[in-house]
Ligand binder design. Structure first.
Ligand code: C2E
Ligand code: MG
Ligand code: MG
Length: 587
C-alpha cells in the first residue's frame, strides 16, 4: 500500500505529452497523473495533431498519450503521423469505451498500450504510462545491444577495421557490380614483414599498438570507396573497386608500402616496419572473391621472397613457386624439431706465422630429400619467419661444444655467424653465456660475426647485446665489411675487435684496380683503428700475395681450406695442409 502522506520520490520526472482536444478529459487525466505518489509527471498538452507534432519536434518527451477520437477525426492516421515525428517515444492510445476496438487496432499500428477513457482509474493510468516508458527503454537497450553485436561481428576488435566476413560480403557485392558494368577491380593482400619477431622480441602490447598504427595509416591512405580489412595477425586485405587502369593497383600498393615504412613513434621509441603487398586483378586473375584473395596472397609471398619494391602482381606459375617456398618453410620447421643441421668449419690462417688461429662455423641444412642445403637458401627465410632464433641457439651450442673438443697445438677460436634478428633479442647474450658455460669453452675463444647492415636495423638493442658480449669476454667482428652502406660511420660507435673484408672485393683484386684500392683502403682504416683485419674468399696465390703485401695478416679461403664437416676438420688440424699453400707462396 502506498503511504498517502509520502510525496513522489526524488527521481527525474516522466515527461508526458497529452494530446486531447476535450478540455475536461485533459484536465481529469492531468489530475490523475499529478496525484501520483510514486512518480512525478510533467504534463504538457496539445489540442490537435498539428500542435502535437510541433511539440514533438521541439521538445523531448518520455511518452505520448494520444486520444484517437480527436475532433479532426484522424484516429489511426494521427497515430501514424505521431510515430513518424517521434519514432523513439512510446505512444499510448486513448479511446472512449465505445471505441475500444479502435484502441486495440492502434496496438498494431505501433502504439505501446491503450487506455479506455472514463474507465481506467488513477492507478491503472499511472501504471500504463510507467510500463510503456520502461518497456520502451528495454527495447531500445536491446536494439543498441543488437547493433553493437552486429558491429562486433563485422569489425576487427583491435583496429576497428572491417573483418574478413564483412570484407568478403563487400567484395562480392563490388565484383557483382564490376561484372555487370564491365569494370576492373583489384584485391591487395598486405602482410607486415618479420612481424612475428617484433611480437616475440618487443612483446604483444607493442605489436598491438603497431597494428593499430598500420590500420590507421592504411585507412587514411585509401579512398572512401576502397575497403580495408584486417584478416587477423599482421594480414590486411584491401579492395579497390572501379579501377581505371591495371597499373593503378601498383600505384596504390607502392603508396601503402611507402606510408608504412615511415618510422612509427610509440611512447619515446621509434619503430620501423615494412610490408609486402600482393595484387590480384578482376577479372584477369579470378572471377570470384575467394580466388582473388588466394591469388593476391600468393603474389604477396612472391613480393616477400623477391626483397624488391615490396609489391607484386599475381601471375600464372606463381602458385608453384609459392608452393615450393611453403614446402621449404615446412621442411625447415621440421628440420628444427629434428635437428637436421650440421656445421662445417673453415680454417682461418695467420699468414705472418703460418699458424691456424681459428675456424668459422658455417651452417648447412641436411635434408633427407633435398640433400645439403646452403645457408643462402634458408637463412633469409629463417630470419623472416623468426625461426632463426631457434636455429641460432643450436649453432651456438654446437660450435662451442665442437671447439672445446678440438685437439690442437694452440688454442683455436671459433667464429659464429649471428643474424641481426638474434642481436635485438634481449636474451641473446644470456644464451651465449649458457653455451659457454655448458661447453666449457673459454669466452675468448668465441668470436661473434655480425654483418654491417644488421647493426643498423635497431641500433639501441643491438648495441646493448654487443656490449654484453664484450663483457662476457667474447670477440665481435664485422663480417662482409664494405658491402653495407654505413661501413665507416658504424666503426665509430660499434664495439668491435675486427672486420672481415668481403670476398666480393677479394675476387677481383688483381684484375680490377677499384677493388684493389678499396681493399687496401679498408686494410689501412682497420689498422689505423687497431682492428684485426681478415680477408675472406682467398682463392689464388696472387690474392694472397697482394693482401700480404698490403698488411693483411689474417685470411680465410679455398686456397687454404674449404669448409668441412666436424670430423674432417679434426683430421685436417692434425695434418695442417694449409702450410703447403703458404710455403708455395713464399717460394
Ligand atoms: P659468410 O659469413 O661471409 O661466410 C663466408 C662464405 O664464403 C661461406 O659461404 C663460405 O663457404 C664461402 N667461402 C669461403 N671461402 C671461399 C672462397 O675462397 N671462395 C668462395 N667462392 N667462397 C668462399 P656459406 O657457407 O655458403 O655461407 C654463406 C653465408 O651464410 C655466410 O657468409 C653467412 O652470412 C651465412 N651463414 C652461414 N652460417 C650461418 C649461421 O650459422 N647463422 C647465420 N645467421 N648465418 C650463417
Ligand atoms: Mg661469416
Ligand atoms: Mg663474409
Amino acid at each position: 500500500m502506498t503511504d498517502p502522506q509520502r510525496s513522489p520520490p526524488d527521481l527525474p520526472p516522466i515527461r508526458v505529452l497529452l494530446v486531447e482536444d476535450d478540455a475536461a478529459d485533459a484536465a481529469s487525466l492531468r489530475r490523475l497523473l499529478r496525484a501520483s505518489r510514486e512518480v512525478r509527471f510533467e504534463v504538457s498538452e496539445a489540442r490537435s495533431v498539428e500542435d502535437a507534432l510541433r511539440r514533438l519536434r521541439d521538445d523531448r518527451f518520455h511518452a505520448v498519450l494520444l486520444d484517437l477520437s480527436l475532433e479532426e477525426g484522424q484516429g489511426l492516421e494521427a497515430l501514424a503521423r505521431a510515430r513518424i515525428a517521434a519514432a523513439t517515444v512510446p505512444i499510448i492510445a486513448m479511446a472512449s469505451q465505445a471505441d475500444e476496438d479502435l484502441a486495440v487496432r492502434a496496438l498494431r499500428f505501433g502504439a505501446q498500450d491503450y487506455l479506455v477513457k472514463g474507465v481506467s482509474d488513477a492507478q491503472l493510468v499511472v501504471r500504463t504510462v510507467r510500463h510503456a516508458v520502461e518497456r520502451h527503454r528495454i527495447l531500445t537497450d536491446l536494439a543498441s545491444a543488437r547493433q553493437r553485436e552486429h558491429y562486433l561481428a563485422m569489425h576487427d576488435s583491435l583496429t576497428g577495421l572491417s573483418n574478413r566476413s564483412s570484407f568478403l560480403d563487400h567484395l562480392r557485392r563490388t565484383l557483382g557490380y564490376s561484372a555487370r558494368h564491365q569494370k576492373r577491380a583489384a584485391v591487395l593482400f598486405l602482410d607486415l614483414d618479420r612481424f612475428k619477431s617484433i611480437n616475440d622480441t618487443l612483446g604483444h602490447p607493442v605489436g598491438d599498438d603497431l597494428l593499430k598504427v598500420v590500420a590507421e595509416r592504411l585507412a587514411r591512405s585509401l579512398r572512401q570507396t576502397d575497403l580495408v580489412a584486417r584478416l587477423g595477425g599482421d594480414e590486411f586485405l584491401i579492395a579497390l573497386p572501379d579501377l581505371e587502369r591495371e597499373h593503378d593497383a601498383a600505384r596504390v600498393a607502392c603508396k601503402l608500402v611507402n606510408v608504412l615504412s615511415r618510422p612509427a613513434q610509440l611512447g619515446d621509441r621509434e619503430y620501423r616496419i615494412s610490408a609486402s603487398v600482393g595484387i590480384a586483378l578482376f577479372p584477369r586473375d579470378g572471377a570470384d572473391a575467394d580466388v582473388l584473395i588466394r591469388n593476391a596472397d600468393t603474389a604477396m609471398y612472391h613480393a616477400k621472397a623477391e626483397h624488391g619494391r615490396g609489391y607484386s602482381y599475381y601471375s600464372d606459375g606463381m602458385n608453384e613457386i609459392v608452393a615450393e617456398r611453403l614446402d621449404l618453410e615446412h621442411g625447415l620447421r621440421e628440420a628444427i624439431e629434428r635437428e637436421r643441421f650440421v656445421l662445417h668449419y673453415q680454417a682461418q690462417i695467420d699468414v705472418a706465422t703460418g699458424e691456424l688461429v681459428g675456424a668459422e662455423a658455417l651452417l648447412r641444412w641436411r635434408d633427407p630429400a633435398r640433400g645439403l642445403i646452403p645457408p643462402a637458401v634458408f637463412v633469409p627465410m629463417a630470419e623472416e619467419t623468426g625461426m632463426v632464433a631457434a636455429i641460432g641457439k643450436w649453432v651456438l651450442m654446437r660450435a662451442c661444444v665442437d671447439a672445446a673438443a678440438w685437439r690442437t697445438r694452440h688454442p683455436l677460436r671459433v667464429a659464429v655467424n649471428v643474424s641481426s634478428k638474434q642481436l635485438v633479442d634481449p636474451e641473446f647474450a644470456d644464451s651465449v653465456a649458457r653455451a659457454l658455460r655448458e661447453s666449457g669453452l673459454p669466452p675468448e675463444r668465441l668470436q661473434i660475426e655480425i654483418t654491417e647492415s644488421s647493426v643498423l636495423e635497431q641500433r639501441g638493442p643491438t648495441l646493448a647485446t654487443l656490449q654484453a658480449l664484450r663483457r662476457l669476454g667474447c670477440g665481435v667482428v664485422i663480417d662482409d665489411f664494405g658491402t653495407g652502406y654505413a661501413a665507416l660511420t658504424a666503426l665509430k660507435w660499434l664495439p668491435a675487435d675486427g672486420l672481415k673484408i668481403d670476398r666480393s672485393f677479394v675476387a677481383n683484386l688483381t684484375t680490377d684496380p677499384t677493388d684493389a684500392t678499396i681493399a687496401t683502403g679498408l686494410i689501412h682504416i682497420a689498422r689505423g683503428l687497431r682492428l684485426e683485419v681478415m680477408a675472406e674468399g682467398i682463392e689464388t696465390q696472387e690474392q694472397l700475395a697482394f693482401l700480404r703485401e698490403h698488411g693483411c695478416r689474417y685470411m680465410q679461403g679455398y686456397l687454404f681450406a674449404k669448409p668441412v664437416a666436424r670430423e674432417e676438420f679434426q683430421a685436417f688440424l692434425d695434418e695442417a695442409p694449409w702450410e703447403d699453400a703458404l710455403e708455395e707462396g713464399l717460394c
